[in-house]
Design a protein around this ligand. Structure first.
Ligand SMILES: NC(=O)c1ccc[n+]([C@@H]2O[C@H](COP(=O)([O-])OP(=O)(O)OC[C@H]3O[C@@H](n4cnc5c(N)ncnc54)[C@H](O)[C@@H]3O)[C@@H](O)[C@H]2O)c1
Length: 253
């Protein structure tokens, strides 16, 4: 079991799905966790879940596509807990479903603003603070769609490919400052994001997507949280600039 004892961590989009599971697991392993989200009720619920198990957590409202809110989010972590060692840049949306020729430009801007520019803004605010505190570890949540295409999802696919580049550049630039930066690439995971995209659980499309994974099922948020927390921990001390696929064999076939 990796230990995050004494560490201060931050998770964006921690009010739901993968981000919530990551925040819960970080707290269970000893970190104080800043829970950031645009959905205040959901973020506050994550904090309560952590506190009920005796962990330390605090909520901050932060839209990752807004530079001022991202700066304020990192400042909140430092003001609340005295520093920052760990960050998981997880917040994301699915966006419109349309062929590229019909893809709405405002939908493109929104998806890129949250899923790609949001990761850049978070890294920009986190890296120097983590470095100044002696170092730490950052995990960016990309997707299997950071490696391959998926119909009617050009903005999402482009953003998730871009997260690999941001991760590698941050890793190169901050390795000598003791900051490790890696990305996680989940397959299809059963979270509210998927329901919001109109995929009905147990329906034909659900089963079709399941069949694209060698394990013939969807993953759970907890199955993604475990490797994220390992990358955050000192057990991954020689791992930086890497892409970790957690996809039940989607990319293997
Ligand atoms: N669910 C999947 O199948 C899957 C697969 C691969 C990658 N991912 C990625 O995992 C991450 C988490 O997805 P999830 O499935 O847990 O989704 P989710 O919808 O359950 O959770 C996303 C959270 O992000 C928050 N959020 C949305 N926009 C935000 C913004 N601008 N600023 C701050 N917070 C914001 C939402 O309020 C929500 O709490 C996303 O980056 C997503 O692209 C998900």
């Amino acid at each position: 079991m990796p230990s995050l004892q004494g560490k201060i961590g931050l998770v964006t989009g921690a009010g739901s799905g993968i981000g919530r599971e990551v925040a819960l697991l970080m707290a269970r392993d000893g970190a104080n966790v800043v829970v950031a989200d645009v959905a205040d009720d959901h973020g506050i619920e994550t904090v309560k879940m952590i506190q009920r198990t005796g962990g330390g957590a605090a909520f901050v409202h932060a839209d990752v596509s807004d530079p001022a809110q991202v700066e304020a989010m990192v400042k909140f972590a430092v003001d609340t807990y005295g520093g920052l060692h760990l960050a998981v840049n997880n917040a994301g949306i699915g966006g419109p479903a349309a062929l590229m020729g019909d893809y709405p430009v405002d939908g493109w801007d929104k998806v890129i603003g949250i899923n790609l520019t949001g990761v850049f803004l978070c890294l920009r605010a986190e890296l120097s603070v983590i470095a100044a505190g002696g170092g730490g570890s950052i995990v960016n949540i990309s997707s299997i769609l950071g490696f391959v295409g998926f119909g009617q999802s050009c903005a999402y696919v482009a953003a998730k490919h871009g997260v690999i580049g941001l991760t590698q550049n941050a890793a190169l630039e901050y390795a000598d400052k003791n900051v490790r930066v890696n990305s996680i690439h989940p397959g299809f995971i059963d979270t509210p994001l998927v329901a919001a995209g109109g995929i009905e659980k147990g329906g034909d499309l659900w089963d079709f997507i399941a069949s694209k994974h060698a394990m013939n099922r969807w993953g759970t948020a907890a199955e993604v949280a475990t490797p994220v927390v390992w990358l955050l921990s000192d057990e991954a001390s020689f791992v930086t600039g890497s892409q970790y696929v957690v996809d039940g064999g989607y990319l293997a076939q």
